[in-house]
Structures are given as structure tokens and as C-alpha cells.
Design a protein around this ligand. Structure first.
Ligand code: ADP
Ligand code: MG
Length: 449
């Protein structure tokens, strides 16, 4: 059945624009076939209205591929026709030539990526709580517990992955539950065309009949007033009947600009969890998992090199790793040299000369317009303490020197003084209106110049 469908889509590729093919045709799933009927499911009523214009073309393509006439039917996932087809295909007496498992159909229907599972998710300090919350929701759906779950964090940190994991878990464990996953942008677009085409009831039905509604990147609703009202009602309808709602966002609810207050209150009424960038150990663990998945042997220092240099997010970490893999195929081996050549545009080479505490003090002193002797002194005026503390901080975190060693280099100061200096700079860096991070970036640049 899948094979036939693939041939049909190949044929359609010559007739329909590439964009239309990708957007409307390829998301369709063959769900049922016998010797007369072939049923394709489309994800939603919205797609249906588009796809149906090609029904004749599709039927003809089937005829040329199979040299027989099928009654090709297109139906919306979850609709009567599809449920009936599912029932027929799973009944033991069925003679239907169905090769897709019901599980697979449900997953596709909900637009869930089968790769995004809890099993494939590496847990580390930055995402431990988010992961636990998602598992808890998946295991105990509905009710007031963690409902809604609001998951927020920067890009590429695994929000979508966790959200699909909940969906995949639930579709497998509770096939009777209706899982709806939607990117907020799609939700908004569907709403707009539903209003235009007076198919509002279908839109409403699709979302309000969900047992689990997963809305990804909810920040897309910012500033869209009408949409917020619609979502407010969808939210209430689901929440009141004990259905579960999970949202992801790139920021916490209180930072969502121009969001209706009542909606903000709703968002915050369940559990809010954040997801933080992965620490070094987690990054290594993820890369090791990727190596395993790709069945390649990667030396430890290559894991270390990539993890130490790519700290932003997991999407970029994956990107860097894939670049190294691709490069190593050409190079015929995989080692540190190959890795640094592959990533030369992403990772700046480490400064070749060894930077000493003395050099650090000189660069910092010049930057702040003080002398090295003043840094070494015990003077406590603000214009001297700041450069001294910054220099100590950089010795600790850029040169990886120990506290006692730094104390020694800085004119014999106690290690607790150094610790205090480093803590002070760290906390100043975290305060919102600090220009310190710019200073430090600039100093680092000068160091490697
Ligand atoms: P977000 O939605 O937060 O922008 P994604 O969920 O799309 O991020 O994650 C980006 C990529 O990184 C995906 O391919 C995802 O599978 C992967 N990823 C993210 N976090 C993890 C993790 N903890 N373990 C394994 N893979 C992860
Ligand atoms: Mg995402």
C-alpha cells in the first residue's frame, strides 16, 4: 500500500508544484486498501479543502501506477471514514492489504515525530525537571495535576522533543485517546481560514475534542487578540472537562507581551517549568548517544572538543556533530584533527600562545586604564577593585587556575579573597543591567588577538 502510494506521489511530483506537494500531498497517509478502495487520510479539514482539488488527478495517477481503477477516497483523520477503515484493517478477519500499524496511523494523524521519545531523550541537569514533569503528565493524563503544563526555554533545547514524547507515549498507551499536536502558527492559520471559509465548527471540533492538546511555540499568539480569545475558549472547554493541555514557549508567561491577563492567569495555573542549556556532561552524553545511533566509533577527545566548544543548544551540537561525521567520511577517519578542520568556521582555534596570569593582568589593566602594580596592590578603591576582580575571574575561568594559585600570582592574596572576587563578578554578570559582560567579551577578544 505504501509502495503504491510512493509511486503515485512520484508521478504527482511532475504535475503539482513542489511546495504544494510537500505541504499537502506528502502529509497524507494511506490507511486502507482493498481491491477496490484506497483510502488516504489528511491531517485535518483544512488540508482536506486543498487536497480535494487534486482528487481526479490523484485517481488518474493511481490508474497509471496500478493499471486498474481504484475508488480513491480522501478523508480527515479521526473522521468516521477513517475510524471505519481502521476498524476494518485491525479486525482479524480482514482481508485488506493493510501494512501500516494502527499505532503508526494514530501517530501520523497527530503529526508526531516517532523519533522524539522519552527513550531518545538524554536527561541532564538543565532538563531534568522538565523531563520529569513531562513523564508525569504522560503517565497521568487529565485532571488537575500539572494541568496545564507550561514548558519554556531557549531554542534548540528539546521543548518540541519532550512535547512529542508525551504525545507518542499517550498514543501508544491509550490508543483511544485523541492527541492533537499543533504548532501555534498552524493553529493561528487554521483559525484564520476557518473564519474566512465558514468552517469554524470543524476547527472548533478538532481542538475541543482532544484529550491531550499539545501547542508548540505559544509565543506566536503574542499580540494576536482575536486568536487569544479563541484560545481562551478552547482552553476553558478542555480544562473544564479534565482534558490535558501542554504548551511550549520561548519565554515564561509573565514575559509574553500583550497577552490578555486572563490568559496569562490560565497559563500560570498549572505547572511552569523551564529548560536550561545542557551542561558539559549532558553535551558529551548526547554526542555519545548520536555516535551510537550512527554506529560510529568516535575518540573521546573529539567528544570533548565538540562539547567544550558548542555550548549554546542541542540543535547546534547535533549540527556540529553531523558536520564532523560528514567530513570524516571524506577524510576516511575520525580524529581531533579532522574534527577541528570540519568545524573551523564554527569554532575559533584556541590561542596558540600560552596566556599567563601576568599577561591577563596587563590586558585587563590596559582595558581599564590602570597599572598592573595597582592591580597587585591592596588598594580598595572602586576603580582598582573592579579590574582586579575581573582579572582574577578570568584567570579562574579562562585560564582554569586554582584560587590559591591566583592569590599567589596577584601579590600574595588569600584564596578566600580570590573566591569572593570570582563570586562577585559572576553575580554581577547575572544582573540585568550590567555592562560587565561586554567588558569581559572585549578583554577576551584582546587576549586572543
Ligand atoms: P526546541 O523545541 O526547544 O527548539 P527541539 O525539541 O526541536 O528544541 O530540539 C532540537 C534537537 O535537539 C532535536 O533534534 C532534539 O531531538 C534534540 N534534543 C534536544 N534535547 C535533547 C536531549 N535531551 N536528548 C536528545 N536529543 C535532544
Ligand atoms: Mg520547538
Amino acid at each position: 500500500m505504501k509502495g503504491i502510494w510512493r509511486k503515485v506521489t512520484d508521478l504527482l511530483a511532475g504535475e503539482i508544484s513542489e511546495v504544494s506537494l510537500k505541504t499537502w500531498i506528502l502529509p497524507m497517509v494511506p490507511v486502507y486498501a482493498d481491491d477496490k478502495v484506497f483510502i488516504l487520510s489528511v491531517p485535518d479539514a483544512f488540508s482536506y479543502t486543498y487536497v480535494i482539488q487534486w482528487q481526479n488527478l490523484i485517481t488518474h495517477s493511481f490508474a497509471s501506477v496500478c493499471s486498474r481503477t481504484y475508488d480513491v477516497q480522501i478523508a480527515v483523520t479521526g473522521s468516521q471514514e477513517i475510524m471505519e477503515a481502521l476498524r476494518r484493517s485491525t479486525s482479524p478477519n480482514s482481508s485488506a492489504a493493510v501494512s501500516v500499524s494502527p499505532d503508526e496511523i494514530r501517530r501520523t494523524a497527530a503529526q508526531l515525530n516517532p523519533q522524539y521519545t522519552f527513550d531518545a531523550f538524554v536527561v541532564g541537569s538543565g532538563n531534568r525537571f522538565a523531563h520529569a514533569a513531562c513523564v508525569a503528565v504522560a503517565e497521568k493524563l487529565g485532571g488537575r495535576n500539572y494541568n496545564p503544563l507550561f514548558l519554556y526555554g531557549g531554542s534548540g533545547l528539546g521543548k518540541t522533543h519532550l512535547m512529542h514524547s508525551i504525545g507518542n507515549f499517550v498514543t501508544r498507551k491509550h490508543p483511544e485517546k485523541k492527541v492533537v499536536y499543533v504548532q501555534c502558527e498552524q493553529f493561528v492559520n487554521e483559525f484564520i481560514s476557518a473564519i474566512k471559509e465558514i468552517s469554524y465548527d470543524e476547527f472548533r471540533e478538532k481542538y475541543r475534542s482532544a484529550d491531550l492538546l499539545l501547542i508548540d511555540d505559544i509565543q506566536f499568539i503574542e499580540g494576536k487578540e482575536q486568536m487569544q480569545i479563541e484560545f481562551f475558549h478552547t482552553f476553558n472547554a478542555l480544562h473544564e472537562s479534565g482534558k490535558h493541555i501542554v504548551m511550549t514557549c520561548d519565554k515564561p508567561p509573565q514575559s509574553l507581551a500583550s497577552l490578555e491577563e486572563r490568559l496569562r492567569t490560565r497559563f500560570s495555573s498549572g505547572l511552569i517549568v523551564d529548560i536550561q542549556p545542557p551542561d558539559y556532561e549532558t553535551r558529551v552524553a548526547i554526542l555519545k548517544r548520536r555516535a551510537q545511533q550512527n554506529n560510529v566509533n568516535v575518540p573521546e577527545d573529539v567528544f570533548d572538543y565538540i562539547s567544550a566548544n558548542i555550548a549554546t543548544n542541542i540543535r547546534e551540537l547535533d549540527g556540529a556533530f553531523n558536520t564532523v561525521l560528514a567530513y570524516s567520511l571524506l577524510a576516511g577517519s575520525i580524529d581531533l584533527e579532522v574534527a577541528s578542520a570540519a568545524l573551523k568556521d564554527i569554532i575559533q582555534p584556541r590561542p596558540s600562545r600560552q596566556i599567563t596570569a601576568q599577561m591577563m593582568m596587563e590586558v585587563v589593566a590596559r582595558f581599564y586604564n590602570v597599572s598592573v602594580n595597582e592591580i597587585l596592590s591592596n588598594r580598595r578603591s572602586m576603580d582598582i577593585t573592579l579590574p582586579r576582580q575581573v582579572a582574577m575571574y578570568l584567570c579562574r575561568f579562562v585560564l582554569n587556575m586554582t584560587f590559591p594559585k591566583i592569590g599567589e600570582e596577584f601579590g600574595g592574596k588569600d584564596h578566600t579573597t580570590v573566591m569572593h572576587a570570582c563570586n562577585k563578578v559572576s553575580s554581577d554578570l547575572n544582573s540585568v543591567n550590567s555592562s560587565l559582560s561586554h567588558d569581559i567579551e572585549e578583554i577576551k577578544k584582546r587576549l586572543s588577538a
